[in-house]
Design a protein around this ligand. Structure first.
Ligand SMILES: Nc1nc2c(c(=O)[nH]1)N[C@H]1C(S)=C(S)[C@@H](COP(=O)(O)OP(=O)(O)OC[C@H]3O[C@@H](n4cnc5c(=O)[nH]c(N)nc54)[C@H](O)[C@@H]3O)O[C@H]1N2
Ligand SMILES: Nc1nc2c(c(=O)[nH]1)N[C@H]1C(S)=C(S)[C@@H](COP(=O)(O)OP(=O)(O)OC[C@H]3O[C@@H](n4cnc5c(=O)[nH]c(N)nc54)[C@H](O)[C@@H]3O)O[C@H]1N2
Ligand code: SF4
Ligand SMILES: [Mo]
Length: 714
């Protein structure tokens, strides 16, 4: 038998004619798991296997998305040549033709309507080098103030909150290795088990070590399962819930008076505010029993170390940044920051969600987390770029506001790189109509996404297997994504495309790089002395050390494991606490007789964002091939909705049709729909366009809707 097996394996091995392997990192979430794609060429076909590689963050683990990422990258639908829309159909053209057309159209639009008639829409799924270059491209090559990116819909609330409270924003204040030793952990509006699956062992180890875990989510999820206490909050009520927790902590004297005195300001106003509210009101606002609020507050207040993590459940709200600040108030009141096993984490979303928010893709930002309206910052960056300070545009507007400017006719042309706003922005009908008004839209993508389909010109770009560059993961650890697979067809890297267009526009001398590392070396200088200082990080060090946590100001700096040990980043060194009202400044949509249910939106394990990539993967889409409505059985019965039938969901903006999925894990006043599908299943057709005034985050997590069966029984 053993001989037979040996013979069998040997014959199998002989079938393999050659084997190649490619080192890379997963193109999806912020864990940036390192992995290797093994390509075996057999007589008749190629076989691909992805394996995890050891590294300080994911420790060699991979989730199902990483394992199957090659399925989209190798898919026959990849765009391989520039495509021009002629009479409504895309036709193949050469790069020279594409660049000529861009030059002609961009020049014409700007000649007629000024530099700011062009907008740039970027992404946090591109490398640091590309994010940096796109910001420079908008300001130096196009001279427009209008640039923003999809991270606005993702990390902007947490980033604003951390910047306002701490004086700077690095997603996790501590390395993940501290999590297993923390005594109490709050997971607020985060579904790490499905969204960053390879992070879970850190929390499981914490639990084994006796940590008490508190989850805050309107639904029971794979993440809330690991919690000792689940606060099943009503959507959008996190700020009020945090006030309830603060009230108990302050009134039961579980605060760290010494820490507050030495390290923070604004505490007394909070003490005063919470003494004016009562727990019963918080209970009726949030739907969380007062007893549970007391238990959570007492445990969090009395343990010696503790951490709070937030993600989009808390943040994608019209008061998202304020709600996060209220959780930071809890952390500071109890002195649980800047110490071992204590700290804050905004669980970053996209692969380069951290790095791409630091180096100038944001409307008001310059590289190294510098600000475009700060005169010293303008001076420094214009000298790095070799332009006059007065030639550097001023600040523009946020991602969704750019869409509004398109609708109003102020922005006439757009350069879109690595995003699918028709599916990802709120009020999807409006977004589609607005984009159709553009005189000229260029989309750079791997595929003909729903938005690329609206473009006049699509430029084909390289995937994670082909495009080398750095990515900064959720810890703030800068990593080098090796990539060596040859590009298919006439595909070019995002950074090459930016340089090619700059050259066509006569700005080539500012964009003469021969490889990603050249751009990184310029970024190091541009970020030097800034908040997000990458100066001490080099490709050589990244290869040797496997990743470095910023800030890293010089070549022998080891990187920063834990933030705020001695001071916060405000000029007086103190954290700024702020009173957060129960009711937000921009009121959220309320349920009413016509729209009696709260709709909240989010993700499933097997799909990624607007699904353009994961819907191409057979293994992933087989797990969830269509969208669904998660609804409590008693709610479903009330509205005559059977399990597993088509349901129409209406809001004030529009309607969609998805399949019902009964679940007693969700609140009875709430329904949930994931956002990975397009067209008639695009949940953003239902979502309102109100923005958080501080950070311009849309309120993706609360809409008022009604549900009805598509086919009634009789
Ligand atoms: N599988 C998968 N993984 C991903 C992604 C993906 O698309 N698919 N996307 C990546 C990106 S870019 C991001 S930003 C992250 C997102 O990661 P998460 O923020 O963890 O994901 P979401 O599912 O959007 O929302 C998290 C949880 O918030 C809950 N929630 C909804 N409304 C509220 C509320 O009002 N309050 C509270 N407390 N909770 C609420 C939802 O029920 C959900 O369980 O994931 C990253 N990882
Ligand atoms: N209702 C609702 N809406 C949401 C959210 C929610 O929770 N609920 N979450 C929001 C969040 S957190 C996010 S991050 C946004 C994301 O929103 P989007 O940015 O619109 O989502 P993606 O699906 O990542 O779009 C990326 C596009 O770029 C392409 N692409 C992939 N890799 C590359 C590359 O390397 N280069 C280039 N040029 N193209 C590439 C992909 O094929 C795809 O078409 O959605 C937001 N929208
Ligand atoms: S999706 Fe995230 S957790 Fe899963 S393999 Fe990719 S980077 Fe790792
Ligand atoms: Mo995101």
């Amino acid at each position: 038998m053993t001989d037979l097996l040996l013979k069998y394996f040997r014959s199998k091995q002989q079938e393999i004619e050659s084997e190649k392997s490619y080192q890379t990192q997963c193109p999806f979430c912020s864990m940036q798991c390192k992995m290797e794609l093994i390509e075996q060429t057999k007589v008749t076909r190629k076989k691909y296997t992805t394996v995890g590689k050891d590294n300080p963050t994911s420790e060699g683990r991979l989730c199902i998305k990483g394992m199957n990422a090659h399925q989209h990258a190798l898919h026959s639908d990849r765009i391989k040549y520039p495509l021009l829309k002629v009479d409504g159909e895309f036709v193949r053209i050469s790069w020279d033709q594409a660049l000529d057309i861009i030059k002609e159209q961009f020049t014409k639009i700007q000649a007629e309507d000024g530099f700011d008639a062009l907008g740039v829409y970027g992404s946090a799924s591109i490398t640091n080098e590309e994010a940096y270059l796109l910001g420079k491209f908008a300001r130096v090559a196009l001279k427009t103030k209008y640039i923003d990116y999809n991270g606005r819909l993702c990390m902007s609330a947490a980033a604003t909150a951390a910047s306002q409270t701490f004086g700077m924003d690095r997603g996790l204040t501590n390395a993940l290795t501290e999590v297993p030793f923390s005594r109490v952990i709050i997971l607020a509006g985060t579904n790490i088990a499905e969204c960053q699956p390879t992070i879970m062992p850190y929390f499981e180890r914490a639990k084994e070590n006796g940590a008490y875990i508190i989850a805050i989510d309107p639904r029971e999820t794979a993440t809330t399962k690991i919690a000792d206490l689940h606060l099943k909050v009503r959507p959008g009520k996190d700020a009020a819930l945090a006030n309830g927790l603060l009230k108990v902590i302050i009134e039961e004297n579980l605060i760290d008076e010494e820490f507050i005195q030495a390290r923070a300001e604004g505490f007394e106003e909070i003490r005063e505010y919470v003494s004016s509210i009562n727990l019963e009101d918080i209970e009726s606002l949030t739907g969380v029993p007062a007893k549970q609020i007391q238990t959570a507050a007492r445990i969090f207040g009395s343990e010696e170390s503790g951490m709070i993590f937030t993600a989009r459940g808390v943040e994608q709200q019209t008061d998202g940044s304020a709600a996060v600040r209220n959780f930071l108030n809890i952390l500071i009141s109890t002195g649980k920051i800047g110490k071992p096993y204590s700290g804050y984490g905004a669980i970053t979303g996209q692969g380069n969600g951290q790095g791409a928010r630091e180096h100038g893709q944001k409307a008001d930002q310059l590289p190294g987390y510098r600000m475009i309206e700060n005169e010293e910052h303008r001076e420094y960056i214009s000298s790095v770029w070799g332009i006059g300070k007065e030639d550097l545009p001023r600040k523009g507007v946020s991602a969704f506001e750019m869409i509004q400017k398109i609708d109003e006719g102020q922005i006439k042309g757009m350069f879109l790189m690595c995003s699918n706003p028709v599916v990802s922005n709120p009020n999807a009908h409006f977004v589609k109509q607005a984009l159709k008004k553009l005189k000229f839209l260029v989309a750079v993508d791997l595929f003909e996404s729903e938005t690329a389909r609206l473009a006049d010109l699509i430029l084909p770009t390289s995937s994670y297997l082909e495009d080398e560059g750095t990515m900064t993961n959720l810890e703030g650890r800068v990593t080098l994504r090796e990539a060596s697979k040859p590009m298919p067809g006439e595909v070019r890297h995002d950074w090459q495309i930016i340089c090619d267009i700059a050259r066509a526009l006569g700005k080539g001398n500012y964009f003469s790089y021969s490889k990603a590392e050249d751009i990184f070396n310029e970024l190091r200088i541009a970020s030097r002395g800034g908040i997000a200082d990458y100066y001490g990080i080099t490709y050589e060090r990244l290869r040797k050390e496997g990743g470095i946590l910023w800030p890293c100001p010089d070549l022998d700096h080891p990187g920063t494991q834990r933030m705020f040990e001695a001071t916060f980043a405000h000029s007086n060194g103190k954290a700024k606490m702020v009173t957060v009202p129960n009711d937000p400044v921009v009121s959220k949509e309320k349920t009413c007789d016509e729209f009696p249910l709260y709709l909240t939106t989010g993700r499933v394990m097997s799909h990624y964002l607007t699904g353009v990539q994961t819907r191409k993967s057979a293994s992933l889409s087989a797990r969830n091939f269509e969208s669904y409505l998660e609804v409590h059985p008693s709610t479903a019965k009330k509205y005559n909705i059977q399990d597993n039938v088509l349901v129409k969901i209406d809001s004030r903006r529009g309607s969609i049709v998805v399949r019902s999925k009964w679940s007693d894990k969700i609140r009875q006043d709430t329904v949930f729909v994931p956002f990975h599908w397009a067209d008639t299943q695009n949940v953003n057709r239902l979502v309102a366009e109100d923005l958080d005034p501080a950070c311009k985050m849309p309120g993706f997590k609360v809409s008022a809707v009604k549900v009805s069966p598509v086919l009634s029984e009789n």
